[in-house]
Design a protein around this ligand. Sequence first.
Ligand code: N01
Length: 543
Amino acid sequence: MPDSTTSLPDRVGAFDALIIGAGFSGLYQLHCLRDRLGLSARVLEAGDGVGGTWYWNRYPGARCDSESHSYSYYFSEELLKEWEWSERYPEQPEILRYLNHVADRFDLRRDIRFGTRVTEARYDAAANRWHVSTEAGERFTAKFLITAVGCLSTANVPDIPGLDGFSGRWYHTGQWPREGVDFAGKRVGLIGTGSTGIQAAPVIAEAAAHLTVFQRTANYSVPARNAPLTPEFLRWAKDSSADLRRVMHSTTNGHPFTISERSALDATPEERRAAYEAAWEKGGLQFRAAFRDILTDKAANDTAAEFIRAKIREIVKDPETAAKLTNFDHPFAAKRPPIDTSYFEAFNRDNVSLVDVRASPIERITPRGVKTRDAEYGLDIIVFATGFDAMTGPLLKIDIRGRDGVPLREAWEAGPRTYLGLQVAGFPNLFTITGPGSPSVLCNMPVAIEQHVEWITGCIAHMQERGLERIEAEPDAADRWVEHVNEAADATLLPQASSSWYLGANVPGKPRVFMPYAGGMARYRGICDDVAAKGYEGFALSD
Ligand code: N01
């Protein structure tokens, strides 16, 4: 009988850099390190294909909330010119095709190892190397370790008693089966009304016999107004790429629109209504930009909240349902605001009902369905649109150990602590693309990703040129940055959404710390550039 241990793969691959994840970040990071700096680099990817978020999130209605022409890499003029998006907001399959096109166009696949889930990464100070192990027992080493694991990639399935005994099927939207789910003739329960649930509900309602939406927190949403893109628009976007890049680099959130300079409180009620009406008609995340103080002044925010509340009451015919849908407990956009295609309209269908599980909490899942305090709902399928262990989850899922074997989990016991969201003190040569403490999820993601990848690439080039081997965030610099991240959040209304995943509040036991940097992408870019210009101030570099 063969020795079972010898059949385990145990190959060691040594590289200059290892990158974990083959989504938007990992693909571009590989291109930069391999093709611009000439390093040996390898991407380790758990999925069987490229795409990251867009590989896993195949739920019905999955679509990006950023507009196509801005949800693209901007580093290559040729790529911008050759790719044609079909709709205002790209659908999941189209984004996946785009990322596959990028992988082929830049010949990236040969340096990506698919089906390879990283489980451990240990820093060896004597050798100045990261040792990385995978679920299959493979081992790799590299001088630089770069996490490109995304911010929203660890599914959060709530621990509701009885799920194991459910006689139907259940799914989490972030781990959707590749073959899809047939809802025809089925009674479907959808738990969660964040961006995902709000996208999925109307699409599931079209197919299912009945859809019951279980809502814990009423959520604002603005119409997306999706539509096919015209040849004129596509031509304009290509011809204007330099201007669009300039706008996206100059704004708080990396989107291709600017925020009004006017206060909502300076406008008359008529002017305000006209501005909101125009923004509602235009649709999309741009609604937040109607006035400059929507995210910073509660009284200004109230005007937007009231406008949306009135719109929902107009759309939803049943006043009781409308009352539940508008019973907001947080300022507008203090949680990531969804945009929708006929979400509120779906509640006018005979086959859709809404259950307020704040008023009547879910007690358990029975073999037949969901039991709340007041009723049991018979279901054939449960869809969990319950979000993610955001930002820190994907990093802490890997057992990362820095200097002296200190686990990242221990270093972040009280919440994430980074310098610029790029590095952690005590974890040399580890870079975290869109890590906690960076604008990341508060920004149009490809803009945030390109900035991080380019900064990391510049930093490694700087080290190469000077024969430097090691870079590590200084603890003082990290402390100051964490303080600044908190101040930036406190200058906005964002921390006022007490159940927000920005604060880690959606995962029981997770420390409540505001994780992304709310000071704005343009300001952040300036800070990072300044740090680099000053010889990587706040980082210790050594040979
Ligand atoms: O997750 P969420 P998501 N019982 O955490 C509820 C991005 N995204 O997947 O608010 C009952 O926002 C929870 O209720 P509450 C985007 O950044 C992007 O929707 O905690 N309900 C909430 O309603 C977004 O913000 C796109 O009270 C429970 C919902 O589940 C992020 O992903 C598209 C519960 C979770 O909402 C996450 O969005 C989609 C329980 N035990 C998503 N536990 C793009 O367009 C949780 N909930 C790019």
